[in-house]
Design a protein around this ligand. Structure first.
Ligand code: SIN
Length: 518
């Protein structure tokens, strides 16, 4: 049993930004399922958006964010984060070489889809996440302990307050970690789909744990499918950044016909849901889609990570085109938090992709998520640095040693059905089929006696239910949620968030209930 002032689950940008900004006299522990350098943030190719250009203004960035989010965003949250963006970037860029600059030492600003101005800062061309993470890792001091290969699986709740977590080590040992403050920073749920840009570890653990502990979860139907993942032999092999289209690449069929003409005024840089749906409609008809990169000079220099990935997978950049397919990239919903990161359970906070602050609305504007992570880490650190809570938790715990045999699905089949029925294009019939399919498997309350693999599976099942049920409820299309049977936005009935919270009834293994709130 260990006890800390601040316990952070997850090790991406939001988690590390929080850890390094906390007062040095606070005892901080980060526990992470895998390794710090395998965090999803480390893979981020896209940059960080901030209104830094001579003709730009936070108000323009604000409007682009709302437009991409289809006005489902929380406007005050958007305003606060977007206004803070230029200073967050300047602070980071003043202290080190995280971001790319021109020969005069000015930040280089790139373009991405649905932005009205060049406002994306990058690091190492297409290695922004890695650069920011390495900088944050370099700032870690002795007050911060990192425990890798430690899988958190249950929140400890006492008198309606989260006082810690239970976690398993790779050898199956159970550890209890108590803390005055528990922060979930476990990322989204990319691994719920077979096509994804996300790291292997990103399967919704924090959201599932928060849900099972009774926290409010919101907007799980809003999943962003990134239009361009490298697509080889029916499998996706990592992201081809939108910055590639920002530099002039266009989407074409095998015979070179551009596919975004006449679809949206921004063409290849239209909001991601539009581009993804368009590509998907071609792939469904068996027509392959490519990114034509032939007009981009010095591609390998500008995009070293993408070049290495393509070449490593047998796609020669010199051919001038890259085969692509859309895949799950980002979850706009998650654990409901306020701007500080507080959830509906005392002592429990969420930051990063596992949280839903309302910044992204129904679809995230490109390069707003590393920004959100940096903002959240800093904001929550200010709150925790002045917090006076001291719990001294010493609960005695018991383990169940008699695991029941579990009826759980094959993970690959779960993923494929999620893509087919709860993916880029959804409809009532498929969603109902999926709901029924998901309900046939066991749902458990107590995980102590199960293996990490089985708990992971149960978490994936929980997340799949949350997405499917929310998608079924929302009888409209908006941003990352597209229903072919309700293809339009319905502002009169649906400009409201979808809250799912575990109810007492579910303890008797009844279905998850959804409640909608404005
Ligand atoms: C990309 O580079 O296309 C991804 C950036 C992002 O999703 O913010």
């Amino acid at each position: 049993m260990t006890s800390t002032d601040v316990l952070i689950i997850g090790s991406g940008v939001a988690a590390l930004q929080l850890a390094v900004r906390l007062n040095k006299e606070l005892n901080v522990r980060i526990i992470t399922k895998s390794k710090v350098r395998t965090a999803n943030s480390y893979l981020a190719q896209g940059g960080i958006a901030a209104a830094l250009g001579a003709h730009d203004h936070p108000e323009k960035h604000f409007i682009d964010t709302l437009e991409a989010g289809r006005y489902h965003n929380h406007p005050e949250t958007v305003q606060e984060i977007i206004n803070a963006a230029p200073q967050l970037i300047k602070n980071l860029s003043n202290q080190n070489n995280v971001f790319d600059k021109d020969q005069n030492g000015e930040l280089l600003l790139g373009m991405e889809g649905a932005h009205s101005e060049k406002r994306i800062v990058h690091g190492g061309g297409d290695a922004t996440g890695k650069n920011v993470m390495e900088y944050l890792i370099s700032q870690i001091e002795d007050n911060i302990q990192i425990e890798e290969d430690t899988f958190a699986y249950e929140l400890i709740i006492k008198n309606n307050r989260c006082t810690g977590i239970k976690a398993k080590k790779l050898n199956g040992t159970i550890e209890y970690y108590y803390s005055n403050h528990v922060i979930l920073a476990t990322g989204g749920c990319g691994q719920l789909y077979p096509y994804t840009s996300n790291a292997q570890t990103v399967s919704g653990d924090g959201i599932a744990m928060a849900y099972l502990a009774g926290a409010e979860i919101v907007d799980m139907e809003f999943i962003q499918f990134h239009p361009t993942l490298l697509y080889i032999n029916g499998e996706t092999k990592g992201l081809i950044s939108e910055a590639v289209r920002g530099e002039g690449a266009i989407l074409v069929t095998e015979n070179g016909t551009p596919i975004m003409e006449g679809i949206h005024p921004l063409k290849d840089l239209a909001p991601r849901h539009i581009v993804s749906q368009t590509i998907y409609s071609y792939l469904k008809k068996g027509i392959k889609i490519y990114l034509d990169i032939s007009k981009i000079n010095d591609f390998a220099k500008r995009f070293p990570t993408i070049t290495a990935n393509c070449e490593g997978n047998g796609v020669a950049i010199s051919e001038g085109r890259i085969p692509v397919a859309p895949g799950c990239h980002f979850l706009m919903g998650g654990i409901k938090t306020d701007i500080i990161g507080r959830t509906s359970i005392d002592g429990l906070y969420a930051i990063g992709e596992s949280a839903c602050t309302g910044l992204h609305g129904a679809n995230r504007l490109a390069s707003n998520s590393l920004l959100e992570g940096l903002f959240q880490g800093e904001k929550l650190s200010e709150w925790l640095n002045t917090s006076k809570i001291e719990l001294n938790e010493t609960t005695i715990t018991y383990f169940s040693t008699n695991p029941k045999m579990l009826n759980l699905p094959d993970v690959q089949i779960l993923k494929e059905l999620m893509m087919e029925r709860v993916g880029i294009v959804r409809n009532e019939l498929d969603l109902k089929k999926q709901k029924e399919w998901l309900n046939q498997w066991d749902a458990l309350e107590s995980f102590d006696s199960y293996s990490i693999d089985d708990i992971n599976k149960m978490f994936m099942l929980t997340i799949a239910k949350l997405i499917t049920y929310s998608a079924l409820k929302r009888t409209e299309s908006r941003g990352g949620h597209y229903r072919s049977d309700y293809p339009y936005e319905d502002d009169n009935n649906w400009l409201k968030i979808s809250i799912i919270q575990k109810r007492e009834v579910e303890k008797k293994n009844e279905h998850i209930e959804t409640a909608l709130a404005t």
